[in-house]
Write a protein that binds this ligand. Structure first.
Ligand code: D5M
Ligand code: FE
Ligand code: ZN
Length: 508
């Protein structure tokens, strides 16, 4: 298979095609694309069986190729998706509904008001707790949460529900302990039950949890169950149009290891210079999740790893590459830990003084990390992902090779960086903007340099990899990046394709 062919992460469609072939029918390209877009909603294997039956019975044209119209005929109106061929040419963007439709619902750049010192952190945790309690009370099973002081005073023997931020976690051979604080008091919970031990191991320090506890004695109780604020299980919002968003992060322009050739193959592809038009004509968004440049002075000795030491020139070089992306595509850029903004989370947008050319481009939006957006109605939470270092370091069983699992824990905790005092700095402020108040349809991060995806309660979780080769540091740490592979998401279905730009199309 050619290196730049699509690698669909889908098996059911392959099964359906195999079924058709076994019955003597080929599936043409349009029909194949339609099946891909339907795969999550209908049983595509059954559907192909029906088409084959109809064809054999002579009720349809009887040709031995299955085309889009054969499948369309079986769809109810709400199942059918607009035929991509009916969408306009990529050059004619003026037709109604086909232009990019980007709504910025959460950009924190102008909303970050640091409150210095201990006061700031007190306010920050108060805000976290208040927001989390609001989220928790939306769970049907958690409306009746008691305060810790109330529970301590009652010295209750019944099972009661409490909630708070995790202040302490200890796992020993034969027992484990947690302590939670809800500002009314501190409650220690203990247990020896192995079934809950694994759940305790998965809890992150400073995250919010809800618990069933019993036999409160003094400051201590027995833990019966842990609940996370979590996402409600739901069907995500998808776009009515067959449009695509491309996710990038961690380009590290300016690094000697930036893969310029691969990136230029990507910009050539997205400009429509390749043969492959089916998807590219329908791309309307490019989201860059931080570390767009390698920066300067980020770690000791970085100057030896830089091909371009001047940070403004790094952004100029980036702008020249971004310039090649057609103007009808909206581009969002958020900062990462290599960009010249404060390292404490949340991070404001990359300042104009470093990246004037990007600010001058009409199709580019420079936003904070995190940022919340709607792309054709699909809610996207994009965040560089620095806190994943702490999640991977603290939670047993997680690794840099599968960041989506770590991202899932963040969604479940409804917080982008629960742990305070780890590798990731947090800015003290009145409001905790890292609480995941709104449930995203897509949760995108980078930082880990490994392409990965999963689906969690209807939300597509995706880590977009990198454009930087393996650094010495990563080699020493055993981190194997996946550079030059681009996830492309169909916003009508949230299905994801991966296109590999590391090799020229002639190679395999
Ligand atoms: O981080 C790229 C990747 O390398 C990410 O997975 C974390 C890892 N990394 C980088 N620097 C460190 C340090 N100092 N400790 C642990 N892990 C690290 P990037 O943000 O691109 O430098
Ligand atoms: Fe990075
Ligand atoms: Zn990073």
């Amino acid at each position: 298979m050619g290196a730049t062919e699509f690698l669909p992460v889908l098996a059911k469609v392959d099964d359906a095609v195999a079924r058709a072939l076994a019955s003597g029918y080929q599936v043409d390209v349009d029909a194949f694309e339609l099946l891909l877009s339907l795969e999550n909603r209908v049983n595509v294997v059954d559907m192909i069986d029906k088409v084959v039956q109809l064809k054999k019975s002579g009720e349809t044209d009887g040709v031995d190729v299955i085309s889009r119209s054969d499948i369309d005929a079986l769809l109810s109106p709400e199942e059918s998706i607009e035929d991509p061929r009916n969408l306009e040419d990529s050059i004619d963007m003026a037709k109604e509904g086909s232009e990019a439709d980007l709504e910025i619902i959460g950009n924190l750049t102008e909303k970050l008001f640091p409150v210095e010192g201990a006061d700031g952190f007190r306010l920050l945790f108060r805000s976290r707790l208040r927001k989390m309690l609001n989220i928790a009370r939306q769970r049907p099973d958690s409306r009746n949460i008691r305060t810790i002081s109330e529970v301590l005073d009652a010295q209750n023997r019944d099972v009661v529900k409490v909630a708070g931020l995790v202040m302490d976690k200890r796992i020993k051979q034969d027992r484990w302990e947690l302590a939670i604080d809800d500002l009314s008091g501190l409650l220690r919970v203990r247990g020896t039950d192995n079934s809950i031990k694994a759940e305790v191991a998965d809890v992150m320090l400073d995250q919010f949890v809800i618990m069933d506890v019993a036999r409160v004695r003094g400051e201590t109780a027995a833990l019966k169950r842990i609940y996370h604020p979590d996402l409600p299980d739901r069907i995500p919002t998808t776009s009515k149009k067959n449009v695509y968003a491309v996710f990038l992060s961690d380009l590290h322009v300016g690094s000697k290891l930036f893969l310029l050739d691969a990136f230029e193959r990507f910009t050539a592809w997205i400009s429509g210079l390749s043969e492959d038009h089916g998807v590219v004509d329908r791309v309307r968004y490019v989201v860059i999740g931080g570390d767009a440049v390698d920066g300067a002075g980020i770690y000791p000795g970085q100057e030896n790893d830089l091909q371009e030491p001047d940070i403004r020139k790094q952004y100029s070089n980036l702008a020249q590459l971004i310039e090649k992306i057609p103007k009808h595509i909206r581009i969002v850029i958020i900062p990462g830990n290599h960009d010249p903004v404060r390292q404490a989370l949340p991070q404001p947008a990359i300042p104009r003084k470093y990246a004037e050319e990007l600010y001058c481009m009409e199709n580019v939006s420079m936003l904070s990390s995190p940022a919340l957006l709607r792309l054709h109605g699909v809610k996207l939470l994009t965040f560089h992902g620095r806190s994943l270092d702490d999640v991977v370091a603290k939670i047993p069983g997680l690794s840099y090779s599968s960041p989506a699992a770590a991202m899932k824990l963040l969604l479940r905790a409804r917080h982008l960086a629960p742990h305070y005092g780890g590798r990731v700095a947090m800015a003290p402020a009145e409001e905790d903007h890292l609480v995941i108040d709104e449930v995203p349809d897509i949760f995108h991060a980078g930082h880990v340099h490994t392409l990965d995806r999963t689906n969690y309660r209807g939300t597509l979780i995706l880590n977009s990899g990198t454009w930087q080769g393996q650094t010495k540091f990563q080699a020493n740490m055993g981190i194997v990046p996946t550079p030059g592979k681009v996830p492309i998401v169909n916003l009508a279905t949230l299905d994801m394709l991966v296109k590999d730009f590391t090799k020229s199309s002639g190679d395999s």
